[in-house]
Design a protein around this ligand. Structure first.
Ligand code: LLP
Length: 465
């Protein structure tokens, strides 16, 4: 997952080259489909087309319209299996963070692959359970859980609730029926700074999540939970940030968490059976970017956990990891149609029919993507352009400084890889454009998972006169 070798378009009539050609330099030329960035099933096709999961993106765009989100089922399942292999079920749970993207079919894929599910609201929870996900394999998170969130979780019997504040403890305990015990974990802030942007760094004391290790709040919450007969403290949790590409911060977090497990044992005489180290595993969005090495993460975290626990004389707790982006991000491709091309000053702007309403990440975190032309080949030399969305803000920029064929024009299709996580789950109704549909692709078949949001959908909520 750390390199982005490329596949080159074969000459017409020639069988595609083997998918991975590691000795080729990564690049963005439209004839290439960098692996690691694109789903492994991506294949260059005739006339500049690209197929994903055996489905032509051009045909999918014609059939379902644009903007369109394509999700490669095989890629999601393959990534789930990579995690299961790295974190084997006899020692660890892999829990998919639903906030990255959730719909009924994804719930089914994750269930079939043997993963758990991390949810953050009654909405995510009800969707998952309604689609057949076993409640006992669900973890509920949230720094501000509503009464409805907690009631629904207790009623449905979710496996674990992660306590994020002391005030939550009595509220939660009051909802548990006499004779029952709700398993809970405490979200601890271990004091480790990591993550792709300040907005997604959650491992230090200057942000809203969790209970601090350094000021004693975590220890206080542990005491409080242990004092509640209807709550069962099963372990500790931390989530240090998101889009992290190095293993080291996780190892450091494990060291601190094992220190706290040891203190709990000293003070209360109990060895907590579980440790959840959250998610945050980074992926590549552009050629040359690194993804977190998942097998290396698993090996080093395991080694640290076993060593630390052995030194402290603790039994090794069962580990949980909560990847979201790394399971679904690289399986998604966004397909847009170009609506306008114009030159302003020294910049050529290529404007597409989506933007910050379907992908707010560039506007929120200043990140950029690597779009490519699909659906026609071009002999025009590349030129450097800025790809923008259709929304009423200058910050609605998907990519800048990217090379596209010089004759890129309205009607062309642009495809954007690494679009599966935190795009549609954070989509908005801005400018009443309507949220795009999601289509799964696998072995040559495309299936509509989520239909396009229509003006009618939006108008139905607007009940004023
Ligand atoms: N567990 C907890 C408690 C979390 O808060 C998160 C993400 C995850 C797991 C999964 O993190 P992942 O493996 O997907 O990085 N909207 C931002 C990312 C926000 C992440 C929020 N929490 C983005 O687009 O980069």
């Amino acid at each position: 997952m750390t390199t982005t070798p490329v596949v080159r378009t074969p000459a017409p009539g020639v069988a595609p080259a083997p998918h991975v050609t590691p000795d080729v330099t990564p690049g963005t030329a439209p004839s290439e489909v960098p692996t690691g960035l694109w789903p492994a099933s991506a294949r260059p096709g005739p006339d500049g087309d690209v197929a994903v999961g055996g489905v032509s993106l051009t045909e999918a765009a014609d059939r379902f319209g644009t903007p369109l989100y394509v999700l490669d089922e095989g890629e999601v399942r393959r990534r789930c299996r990579t995690y299961r292999a790295a974190f084997p079920p006899d020692k660890a749970d892999v829990v998919y963070a639903a906030k990255a993207f959730l719909c009924r079919t994804v719930v089914r894929w994750v269930r079939e692959e043997g993963l758990g599910l991390d949810v953050c609201s009654a909405g995510e929870l009800l969707l998952a359970v309604g689609a057949g996900f076993p409640a006992e394999r669900i973890v509920l998170h949230g720094n501000a859980k509503s009464p409805e969130d907690l009631r629904t979780a207790v009623r449905l019997g979710v496996g674990r609730i992660v306590v994020d504040s002391t005030s939550e403890i009595t509220r939660l305990a009051a909802l548990v029926l006499r004779g029952n015990r709700q398993p809970v974990m405490i979200r601890v802030v271990p004091g480790i700074s990591a993550g792709g942007h300040a907005a997604v760094r959650t491992g230090t004391d200057d942000q809203k999540f969790g209970l601090s290790l350094t000021d004693g709040s975590a220890q206080h919450a542990i005491d409080r939970v242990l004092g509640q007969p209807r709550l069962e403290l099963v372990g500790l949790h931390c989530h240090i940030g998101s889009q992290i590409t190095a293993v080291k911060p996780y190892v450091a977090a494990v060291r601190r968490m094992v220190g706290l497990l040891a203190r709990v044992r000293e003070q209360h005489g109990i060895a907590l059976p579980q440790l959840d180290i959250g998610g945050g595993h980074g992926i590549a969005y552009r050629p040359g970017e690194r993804a977190l090495d998942v097998p290396a993460l698993a090996a080093r975290v395991r080694a640290e956990l076993v060593d630390g626990c052995t030194r402290a004389g603790l039994p090794v707790p069962r580990l949980t990891v909560e990847p979201g982006r790394a399971l679904i991000g690289p399986a998604g491709v966004a397909v847009y149609r170009v609506l306008a091309v114009k030159r302003t000053g020294t910049t050529t702007f290529v404007a597409v029919d989506g933007g910050m309403s379907d992908n707010p990440r560039p506007a929120l975190y200043g990140v950029r993507y690597a779009p490519r032309l699909v659906g026609r080949s071009s002999a025009s030399p590349d030129r450097v352009v800025t790809v923008v969305g259709r929304h009423c803000e200058a910050g609605d920029v998907l990519a800048d400084g990217v090379e596209l064929p010089g004759d890129v024009r309205p009607g062309d299709l642009l495809a954007v890889p690494a679009a599966g996580a935190y795009h549609l789950s954070m989509a908005s109704g801005y400018n009443l454009v309507g949220r795009p549909p999601v289509v799964s692709v696998d072995e040559g078949t495309a299936r509509l998972l989520v239909r396009r949001e229509s003006l009618d959908d939006m108008q139905r909520r607007d009940v004023g006169v």
